[in-house]
Design a protein around this ligand. Structure first.
Ligand SMILES: NC(=O)c1ccc[n+]([C@@H]2O[C@H](COP(=O)([O-])OP(=O)(O)OC[C@H]3O[C@@H](n4cnc5c(N)ncnc54)[C@H](OP(=O)(O)O)[C@@H]3O)[C@@H](O)[C@H]2O)c1
Length: 370
């Protein structure tokens, strides 16, 4: 595991929400320890994540003590844990039986995975939790709503929530969250609604930015819905930049393949088409006209104007990222990468939808690599 990075253990990270969250943590420089039962799926996820960070993967079932012991040992060897995400979970039988008919052996299995395993994992890693560590137990609205047919899974998540509450009271120095990620288009959701069209549910990537907000926050321990997090009094939950593209397909290729952004939602209707991508950390930078023109001069020798909106994307390698963007339809505007007066490495391009885009690598990144 690389030094100076934080370490997260995410259970069930071979697909769905676990994998989406693991990708984001990897992009943010966390070291990862992940698991899942299916070795092929776990290998594929590990290969993808290893391009971004240090990943240790252990195949196994969280309800198996030997597997949890192996995870705890890997945590000890990594030098401590900053984040435990108890995400692995099963729905139970599908179609979902009503409680009055629920096979009790199947209910035991649901409880073994969804309730006992998360608590057992907290117990197994407690000696390795770093002082600022957070524990995130992934729950569901089924824990608090009395939906018919959700008694097995829902009651297991209710138990997990109460376990989270009580752990938080008993270990007040830690942040312990029960997080409801909202409906997501995943294998579990397909199993929950067999044969139904679930294409209107958002992909798990849509829940990730808010989960990250909780992980990086100083929010007190408790239950939170990621789609309804406490914000400031205006309740702003997302800033979405809507770009009108004359060549919709070209723009889509640029953002999906060039920038590698995951699709969160898309539609093609009689009244038009749209696609929404999720992005890693998004910030808004406001410049006065003089500063904006100065940046144009630095990056493009004044041959281009930022216009009213310019995108700026942080890249690990500006030249490699520019090559990928050009392949996806972007045009070069500046001649090459430039060292800015503030020490960053920047390059200016134009997207197929006509926006100016700056690729940048902050100076401290370069120094860390040296
Ligand atoms: N999807 C939704 O609409 C929704 C809504 C609310 C809450 N949630 C919660 O969100 C979390 C993620 O669900 P998801 O929708 O992403 O589900 P998913 O697509 O079924 O993914 C579940 C992940 O957990 C792994 N897993 C399952 N059982 C395991 C076990 N016993 N031991 C180790 N790994 C195991 C799976 O891999 P293997 O099968 O290979 O083990 C997979 O990587 C769950 O806690 C779920 O309850 C989901």
């Amino acid at each position: 595991m690389s030094e100076n990075s934080r370490t997260a253990l995410i259970t069930g990270a071979s697909r769905g929400l676990g994998l989406a969250l693991a990708k984001r943590l990897a992009e943010d420089g966390w070291n990862l320890l992940i698991d899942g039962r299916n070795p092929e799926a776990l290998d594929a996820a590990t290969a993808e994540l290893s391009e971004l960070t240090t990943v240790a993967a252990i195949t196994g079932d969280v309800s198996d003590k030997a597997h949890r012991d192996a995870l705890a040992e890997a945590v000890r060897n990594s030098g401590g844990l900053d984040l435990l995400v108890n995400n692995a979970s099963i729905l139970g039988p599908s179609p979902r039986p009503e409680l009055i008919e629920y096979p009790l052996d199947a209910l035991e299995e649901v409880y073994r995975v969804n309730v006992f395993a998360p608590l057992a994992l907290v117990q197994a890693v407690k000696g390795s939790l770093n002082p600022e560590a957070a524990i995130v137990n992934i729950t569901s609205d089924a824990a608090v709503q009395n939906y018919e047919g959700w008694g097995g899974y829902g009651s297991s998540k209710a138990a997990l929530e109460q376990i989270s509450n009580i752990l938080a009271a008993e270990m007040p120095h830690l942040r312990i969250y029960a997080l409801d990620p909202g409906d997501m288009r995943t294998r579990m959701h397909e199993e929950a609604f067999p044969g139904e069209d679930i294409s209107d549910r958002p992909l798990p990537e849509a829940s990730v930015p808010e989960i990250m907000r909780v992980i990086e926050s100083d929010l007190p321990s408790g239950r939170y819905e990621v789609r309804n997090l406490p914000g400031d009094s205006r309740g702003i939950r997302e800033l979405r930049v809507a770009v009108t593209a004359d060549d919709f397909e070209a723009a889509r290729v640029f953002y999906e393949e060039g920038l590698g952004l995951p699709v969160v939602d898309e539609w093609a209707r009689e009244d038009g088409s749209g696609v929404i991508f999720s992005a890693p950390t998004t910030t808004v930078e406001i410049l006065d006209r003089r500063q904006s023109e100065f940046v144009d001069e630095v990056e493009a020798k004044g041959r281009a104007s930022s216009g009213h909106v310019r995108l700026a994307v942080e890249a690990r390698d500006v030249v490699e990222a520019a090559a990928a963007l050009r392949k996806a339809g972007a045009k070069m505007v500046g001649q090459s990468a430039v060292e800015t007066p503030w020490g960053d490495e920047n390059m200016r391009l134009e997207t197929p939808d006509g926006l100016q885009i700056t690729l940048f690598r902050p100076v401290e990144e370069k120094e860390a690599v040296r």
